[in-house]
Design a protein around this ligand. Structure first.
Ligand code: UFG
Length: 331
């Protein structure tokens, strides 16, 4: 028998007002798990926190975070709060090292003081840098090529040290391209500014934008556009739920890639979006975007075998259809 009951545990979701965190709060609620959301609402939305209690707090305030842990008890902390724009991280690295690294250190330090030893961390394929082979498995060399990827890799290394020194156990989930939306249409992806491919395509489909700029069609790929491994937000969240169980039962730190192992080119995504929305998607080929690599595809079999993760929405059509339906419902 398991030494704990999942519905008795208390989970803190840091960054629960953002895209993936808000979906996580809903999934935890549906699983009967009580969750508190901690968010400074700098990029998240109050109205996205539909499940669980929202506590507004900035992780930069170490003393306030420590006091929060002194007054509340948690079994597991999930950390979704980070800045995610690669281009911005090159122009303003301080913003990324402050939020993604230093603020995460504040969170971990408060956890250690108050004996909260289970941590689930949202990492990224950006830690690998330019792929030396594809698909990318977890042991692929880590040579991030921008401050965003470096800030995440620094946290991963800090987690290794904190485990060794303080016994903090963590499961790190390295997302490839998060996509889709709540299948009920209650939550959606919203970033300002929006830089991600599928939401931008859907804006064109909805008539809110004149065309999609395709950043480069001269890559060494079959149709010349970049290939990515899109993974549905619901599947990312289900991996987190399985990670809680694994962490609480085995108490071992682990790292897993989360992707479907199938790559789609920018042109293929545009075609699929045209098919799903039944709207024309005007495109304009422009210059390559600095920092883009031609192909990023995950080898994610470790998550399947060790976490027992079985993505439910691995078809690109489902991801686009859910994002389209949610956008229409919420706009
Ligand atoms: N793209 C376009 N036009 C656009 C937007 C994107 O052609 O208007 C292309 C990009 O050049 C890229 C692909 O669509 O080839 C996907 O781009 P996204 O911006 O949607 O996603 P990225 O692959 O750049 O980034 C994602 C995550 C990052 C993470 C990275 C891992 O969003 O947080 O994967 O390297 F760092």
């Amino acid at each position: 028998m398991k030494p704990y009951k999942m519905d008795n545990i208390k989970v803190l979701v840091v960054g629960g007002a953002g895209f993936i965190g808000s979906h996580m709060l809903k999934m935890l609620h549906k699983s009967g798990i009580h969750a508190t959301c901690l968010d400074d609402l700098s990029t998240g939305y109050r109205e996205a926190v539909r499940y669980g209690t929202l506590v507004e707090m900035d992780l930069a305030h170490a003393a306030a975070i420590e006091k929060f842990f002194a007054e509340n008890s948690f079994d597991v902390v999930m950390h979704f709060a980070s800045f995610i724009q690669v281009g911005e991280s090159v122009l303003d690295p301080a913003k990324y090292y402050q939020n993604n690294f230093i603020n995460t250190k504040n969170l971990l330090d408060a956890m250690i003081i108050h004996n909260v030893n289970n941590f689930i961390f949202s990492s990224t394929a950006a830690i690998y840098g330019d792929p030396q082979y594809t698909p990318i498995n977890e042991i692929h060399p880590k040579h991030p090529v921008n401050p965003y990827g470096r800030s995440k890799w620094m946290v991963e290394q800090m987690l290794e040290d904190y485990d060794r020194a303080y016994g903090l156990k963590s499961i790190t989930l390295r997302y490839f391209n998060a996509a889709g939306a709540d299948p009920d249409g209650e939550l959606a992806e919203r970033h300002i500014p929006e830089t991600h491919l599928i939401p931008i395509i859907l804006r064109v489909a909805a008539g809110k934008s004149p065309h999609l700029q395709i950043f480069g069609s001269d890559y060494d790929t079959p149709d010349g556009t970049c290939i990515r491994d899109y993974v549905h937000v619901e599947d990312l969240c289900s991996a987190h739920l399985l990670a809680i169980e694994k962490l609480l039962s085995e108490k071992k730190s682990r790292q897993y890639n989360l992707g479907n192992g199938q790559g789609f080119s920018v042109k293929e995504v545009v075609e699929e979006a045209g098919r799903i929305t039944k709207r024309p998607i005007a495109v304009l080929v422009s210059a390559r975007r600095p920092g883009d690599v031609p192909v990023l595809v995950a080898e994610a079999s470790l998550a399947r075998t060790e976490l027992n993760w079985h993505p439910q929405y691995s078809s690109l059509g489902d991801m686009v259809a859910h994002a389209w339906a949610a956008n229409k419902k919420l706009s």
